[in-house]
Design a protein around this ligand. Structure first.
Ligand SMILES: [Zn+2]
Length: 241
């Protein structure tokens, strides 16, 4: 088998192991990441509700003040009712009092709505506070739990990558580039076995002439269909029948 093919096959084994290690690392880190995201989202909601609560308290204070002022104004108008002399004045003042009463009633309804909506918000704020405290503890616990595993995986990945880079440096640059592209685009199989006249990468029949050439091991050939780098394995004699 051409020496370059042997290198590429080694490279493919290493790359697949590397991929697996990185996948494991991502999965482990992902568990903690989910906790972290949940915490951040709770924290965000808490901040939003707290601000809302502060604004609502200010609005409530203002409504209470307006209501008190309205009541004072009504009292004032009522006192003047006793002093009017003409029917016209009486009618005008009565209308004013009615209008002030309406305004106050509206303010009262608003105030009651504000008081009602404050309750579930306060409950959620309390709940969020507890959730965040629990979430932080779970995150710290999770981080502690995976720390050793992550460290170990990172070390394995680094050493595997060094090994991989060493093998890669022994492959011709053009071929390596082709291999790298294929490895990514062909789901981790860049080098495929040619067997029984077919490419085992894409399962298509190879032109007979090409299959013959591959078996001569004189140069590197590619599958005309999937572009994979092809190799041929001599069958051990005892398996031939
Ligand atoms: Zn193919």
């Amino acid at each position: 088998m051409p020496e370059q093919i042997v290198r590429l096959m080694d490279l493919q084994v290493l790359d697949r192991q590397l991929q697996e290690l990185e996948q494991t690392l991502a999965t482990i880190a992902g568990k903690v990441e989910t906790l972290r995201e949940q915490n951040a989202s709770n924290q965000e909601e808490l901040q939003r509700l707290t601000e809302e609560d502060q604004q609502a308290a200010a609005a409530r204070k203002k409504a209470e003040k307006d209501l008190a002022e309205g009541e004072a104004r009504i009292r004032n108008k009522r006192m003047r009712l006793n002093m009017v002399r003409t029917d016209k004045e009486l009618q005008a003042l009565t209308l004013e009092v009615e209008s002030l009463k309406e305004t106050n009633q509206r303010l009262e309804t608003e105030l009651l709505a504000m008081i009602e909506s404050a309750d579930p918000r306060a409950a959620r704020i309390k709940e969020l506070g507890e959730l965040i405290a629990k979430g932080r503890a779970a995150l710290a616990e999770g981080e502690k739990e995976i720390a050793a595993q992550v460290e170990e995986l990172k070390t394995s990945i680094a050493s595997k990558r060094r090994e991989r880079d060493k093998v890669a440096s022994e492959v011709q640059p053009n071929l390596l580039q082709r291999y790298n592209t294929l490895f990514t685009r062909r789901q981790g199989i860049a080098v495929a076995l040619a067997k029984g006249g077919s490419c085992m990468g894409c399962r298509r029949l190879l032109p007979p002439q090409l299959f013959n050439e591959i078996q001569k091991h004189l140069q590197i050939h590619f599958c005309p269909n999937c572009q994979r780098i092809l190799y041929f394995e001599e069958k051990p004699a005892e398996q031939e029948s």
